[in-house]
Design a protein around this ligand. Structure first.
Ligand SMILES: NC(=O)c1ccc[n+]([C@@H]2O[C@H](COP(=O)([O-])OP(=O)(O)OC[C@H]3O[C@@H](n4cnc5c(N)ncnc54)[C@H](OP(=O)(O)O)[C@@H]3O)[C@@H](O)[C@H]2O)c1
Length: 427
């Protein structure tokens, strides 16, 4: 006999539309796969009168999301409002009312995930969040199940489509402002793009990925963040001539000393698979002790890919009902692991300076780098008008603290007018 499961959806925006469309369009396939008839019992919105891209029975629309999380008929609640308020209270209420919850809300999971997981555990239900990172790419389930036997040492991702679109457009000759305006016009960037361009969104996602990959308690504050606003087309051009492309990378590494988490623009060798991830696409590169290197690639956002990730969580829940297994998503134990301060970690750097073109200035800069234990891999100088010069150098791998100190000292040299860029190089 076919069992029916009632689903309540909070939000009918971009992701909500993808979810409802999929549940309707692929209903027969979902039924065959799961043996369960997934029924949309109610959808909460802010404004019931708004036109929707997918038609639903108007009777299931409500402006009272709390009514859905308390409704005894509903088995699974899908939270797609975004932000913390009222999403957090709604998720809490749903769990307390014994409902399984699926969310796409990275901010909620990154900031309050542990408290919500433990509430879910106490309530004998579960909280799923596949769509919160990298949209249509099933990275969370892959880390939790597929890669679980490994000790993961590195998780490196292009996990923000907006910045990847902007940097890809800049690689084709656009300025930052032009690329951002194009991203906004095509719906890839918000009117207020700060969370994306300042790396906040990528930091939420990295915190979530690292907590699973390293089975560690990670706070968003543990992630060092440098956005893409200071990336200049000149740097992208220099990077290209040196054989690199610039990407906003979110990178987590685990060593015997602890965990390092950083989001920053990075020069990647053009031959690396991540260098070819362009536009709004996402990719996550994983290194594990038994699998070696692996990479997952796909659409990191958008109504349909993200909607599919949400429905994959619903199926996972339904399978667990079928097997009488509960809380299969909560198996991860989150340990307290030492977080390495950025200054104590290492990186290779690209730096660009503007100088007065005077004899000896180059020697003084390389001398200061040497005094801070930094050796230079390559150096290029370009003359500018009015007896000025642009100096671009790439260092060998060094302690971040040494680079901080060297830059401070170099900026104080009388012939150095500015350090225009300091970006990291390589994985
Ligand atoms: N968009 C993506 O590609 C994407 C990808 C991955 C993850 N996510 C995450 O998915 C979540 C949803 O994103 P989205 O892009 O779908 O957002 P969205 O387009 O802004 O949709 C939000 C929906 O929530 C409804 N809503 C907001 N506040 C409400 C309230 N207090 N009561 C009832 N309904 C309320 C809105 O109703 P109205 O329609 O009536 O205004 C709207 O339908 C966010 O957490 C986001 O970070 C999005």
């Amino acid at each position: 006999m076919t069992r029916s499961v009632q689903v309540g959806v909070l939000g009918f925006g971009s992701v909500g539309t993808g979810v409802i469309k999929l549940l309707k369009q692929n209903h027969a396939q979902l039924l065959r796969r799961s043996g369960v008839d997934l029924k949309i019992a109610a959808i909460a919105v802010r404004n019931k009168r708004k036109d929707r891209a997918v038609r639903v029975n108007p009777k299931i629309l409500t402006e009272d999301p709390f009514g859905i999380v308390k409704d005894p008929r509903i088995d699974i609640v899908i939270e797609l409002l975004g932000g913390i308020h009222p999403a957090k209270r709604l998720v809490e209420e749903a769990l307390k009312n014994g409902k399984y919850v699926v969310t796409a809300n990275k901010e909620l999971i990154a900031k309050h995930g542990y408290a919500l997981f433990s509430l879910a555990r106490r309530c004998g239900v579960d909280l799923y969040y596949e769509a919160s990172v990298a949209g249509g790419i099933p990275i969370i389930r892959t880390l939790k199940v597929g890669f679980a036997p490994n000790r993961i040492t590195d998780v490196v991702g292009i996990i923000n489509g907006t910045t990847n679109f902007i940097l890809s457009a800049m690689d084709q000759g656009r300025s930052y402002a032009e690329a951002l305006a194009e991203a906004q016009a095509r719906g890839f960037a918000e009117a207020d793009p700060r969370d994306d361009v300042d790396g906040v969104d990528a930091a939420y996602k990295l915190a979530i990925l690292a907590s699973i990959a390293f089975q560690a308690k990670v706070r968003v504050e543990d992630v060092y963040r440098q956005g893409i606003r200071q990336v200049d087309p000149i740097d992208i051009e220099f990077a290209r001539t040196l054989g690199y492309t610039v990407k906003l990378l979110a990178r987590g590494s685990q060593t015997a000393q602890g965990i390092s988490l950083k989001v920053h623009p990075t020069l990647i060798e053009r031959t690396h698979p991540l260098a070819n991830v362009s536009g709004v696409f996402n990719a996550v590169f994983i290194r594990g002790d038994f699998i070696g290197d692996a990479m997952l690639y796909g659409q990191g956002a958008g109504s349909e890919p993200t909607g599919a990730a949400v429905v994959s969580d619903v199926l996972d829940i339904v399978y667990s009902f079928g097997q009488n297994v509960t809380r299969r998503n909560l198996v991860t134990e989150y340990r307290h692991v030492r977080m390495l301060p950025r200054a104590t970690t290492t990186a290779q750097f690209y730096a660009r300076f503007e100088l007065r073109d005077r004899p000896g200035v180059l020697a003084r800069i390389t001398h200061l780098l040497g005094r801070h234990h930094i050796s230079v891999e390559s150096i290029e100088q370009k003359l500018l008008p009015r007896q000025r010069a642009m100096l671009v150098l790439i260092t060998h791998r060094t302690l971040e603290r040494h680079m901080d100190q060297a830059l401070l000292a170099i900026r104080r040299l009388p012939d150095v007018q500015a350090c225009r860029a300091c970006l990291r190089v390589g994985l």
